[in-house]
Design a protein around this ligand. Structure first.
Ligand code: FE2
Length: 279
């Protein structure tokens, strides 16, 4: 089994919640994931000290971290910096790579930078990034789960509040399906939802679609919708024949992340779960 811990929208800066971040460290220690996937918005305003704090936090997790920038990690008001070196501080403190590949036993994760220097909140995946993902997945072992991680969402939230997906989302999902992607992880919306790409783009691909997993804000006070002032993370277990996603919510009373829902999807050659699952 391969275990991923999916966190997002940390927002180091004024909205950051240190006590909740300590809960993330404890969750990583308790759950022992093979990797942590952080889907963007590490900072609130892309400031040097915010990146430094975020990078130090990720180091303390002491497991491989897959990370991608969010729109808050690009300077919003420092116009010259936004034009001349929008990712300079991100590269210096967090990762020199904006698009990356992480190969684990049982899974290959491709992180794609969906932010753009000339847009404020919207994202986009470029054609060359689809080729980058295809190249990475082409050499993956046949049974390894192919996973994409981005900041911006490919599927709108169920309430459609502020839910315009990024331009080209459908094209990207079609391309991901063609190279065997089973799972897409994203953030940006500050609330969690878990489902299938077929919920939003019916008829695309085969009858199983791509599992879409959105994480709310894990360590900030900026939760939205039903996760207003709430904090969440997802635990993802990848077995040879199924994906299991456990959505966890921060419990202030126990100072820990507790499971609130479980989602199981067949994988491999299976289109259906066994009648006995889940039990
Ligand atoms: Fe965010």
């Amino acid at each position: 089994m391969t275990r991923l811990l999916h966190i997002s929208d940390l927002h180091f800066g004024p909205p950051f919640l240190p006590d909740v971040s300590e809960g993330v460290v404890k969750a990583v220690s308790r759950l022992g994931p093979d990797a942590v996937v952080a889907t963007g918005d590490l900072t609130q305003r892309a400031k040097r000290h915010q990146f430094a704090a975020a990078a130090e936090f990720l180091r303390t997790l002491e497991v491989p971290v897959v990370v991608t920038p969010g729109n808050h990690d690009v300077p919003l008001y420092r116009v010259w910096e936004r034009f001349a070196g929008p990712y300079r501080l991100y590269r210096a403190h967090v990762s020199p790579e904006l698009d990356s590949v992480c190969r684990l036993p049982g899974a290959v994760i491709v992180a794609l930078n969906s932010t753009r220097r000339f847009t404020f909140t919207n994202g986009r995946i470029r054609r060359w990034q689809l080729r980058f993902a295809d190249d990475a997945f082409r050499t993956a072992p046949p049974r390894a789960a192919r996973v994409v991680a981005t900041h911006h969402h490919f599927a709108p939230p169920p309430d459609f509040e502020g839910g315009n997906v990024m331009p080209g989302a459908k094209r990207a999902l079609r391309a991901f399906k063609a190279c065997g992607v089973e799972l897409v992880l994203a953030g940006h919306m500050h609330r969690s939802y878990i489902g299938s790409s077929l919920d939003f783009f019916p008829g695309e691909g085969d009858s199983r679609g791509i599992v879409v997993v959105q994480c709310g804000t894990t360590t900030s006070s900026r939760g939205r919708g039903r996760e207003r002032f709430r904090n969440t993370l997802n635990v993802i277990d990848i077995d040879s024949d199924r994906l299991r996603i456990v959505h966890c919510l921060w419990s202030p009373s126990s100072s820990s992340f507790v499971p609130v829902s479980e989602h199981v999807f067949p994988r491999g050659d299976r289109l259906y779960l066994e009648p006995s699952e889940p039990s």
